[in-house]
Design a protein around this ligand. Structure first.
Ligand SMILES: Nc1nc2c(ncn2[C@@H]2O[C@H](COP(=O)(O)OP(=O)(O)OP(=O)(O)O)[C@@H](O)[C@H]2O)c(=O)[nH]1
Ligand SMILES: [Mg+2]
Length: 268
């Protein structure tokens, strides 16, 4: 991660615009304090990606908040749209500079760096903007390793970067949400613990989604809910006991793929 931030530091001065990709399910947790210093003296387009996984009204409230602070925003679903609005926004935030060059008869080239937490969809967005799969993507954290320059059109070049997190989470809710959305590598997480935490949050904030999908009683203890899901789904180990590990992974995967319905973990 430090290596990734160092690489971005080396390249940020070459870039005119930052494309800051946010996972719409966890807007607050998508803001990396380490990247804040990059945003200070750059034009930034905030991209609310994975908008298909949340309710439109909930997301619009966040967008309004950002726009109140004078931030430029775009809403995208990297996997299904062509993300054309991002290119329009890049040119819009850089318009005064483009106009200045244009008045001298020069067509100024724009270099845009895409940044954000792991798994937020940065590479997917680039592919979607370019209408071809040239950046490697994947449904886990840490897919993009090094930097990769790709041209969008005759005027814009895009720099894909690895997702970045910060060293220490002061707020455990942030850490949990980043884990739920797959921004922290599953390799360092205990899947049963993660699922239990997810169920706890579910009981408080979206119990109907759990009961709708799995027909479970959400008045029970999280571990009982997990066992109940296992039995209902026929996820058992030899001897007929519930396979808690596999059920935990299934539950988290269901959330990540949107099979639990539209869930925003952090509302305005
Ligand atoms: N449902 C949904 N899935 C998306 C969207 N955008 C990307 N994805 C999925 O999210 C996963 C991560 O996408 P990537 O583009 O690899 O994410 P990244 O930000 O480049 O990740 P790193 O390189 O690991 O930092 C992939 O499985 C994508 O298919 C979206 O708008 N909606
Ligand atoms: Mg990537």
């Amino acid at each position: 991660m430090t290596k990734a931030v160092r690489m971005m530091e080396e390249n940020v001065s070459l870039c005119d615009v930052l494309i800051y990709v946010i996972d719409s399910r966890a807007v607050k947790s998508s803001i990396n304090p380490v990247l804040n210093r990059f945003t200070l003296d750059k034009r930034v387009v905030y991209v609310f990606n994975k908008c298909d996984l949340v309710e439109n009204d909930d997301l619009n409230r966040w967008i309004k908040e950002f726009e109140k602070e004078g931030k430029n925003t775009v809403k995208t679903c990297g996997t299904s749209s062509d993300c054309r609005d991002i290119a329009v926004a890049i040119k819009a935030v850089y318009k005064d500079v483009l106009d200045k060059y244009a008045s001298k008869g020069v067509k100024k080239h724009i270099r845009a760096m895409i940044c954000g937490i792991p798994n937020s969809g940065k590479s997917t967005i680039i592919n979607s903007m370019r209408k071809k799969a040239s950046a490697i993507t994947g449904d886990k954290a840490g897919v993009t390793r090094g930097k990769q320059w790709l041209s969008l059109d005759s005027q814009i070049d895009l720099l894909d970067t690895p997702g970045t997190l910060w060293g220490k989470f002061d707020d455990q809710t942030v850490a949990k949400h980043l884990a739920f959305i797959g921004s922290i590598s599953d390799d360092v997480l205990d899947s049963v613990e993660l699922a239990i935490e997810f169920i706890k949050e579910g009981i408080e904030n979206f119990s109907e989604k759990l009961s709708e999908r799995y027909s479970v009683n959400t008045d029970s203890e999280p571990i009982e809910i997990l066992e109940s899901i296992a039995l209902k789904r026929g996820l058992k180990v030899k001897g007929g006991e519930p396979d808690i590990e596999r059920t935990a992974k299934t539950l988290i995967d269901d959330f990540r793929k949107g099979r639990l319905g539209k869930i925003m973990l952090e509302k305005v």
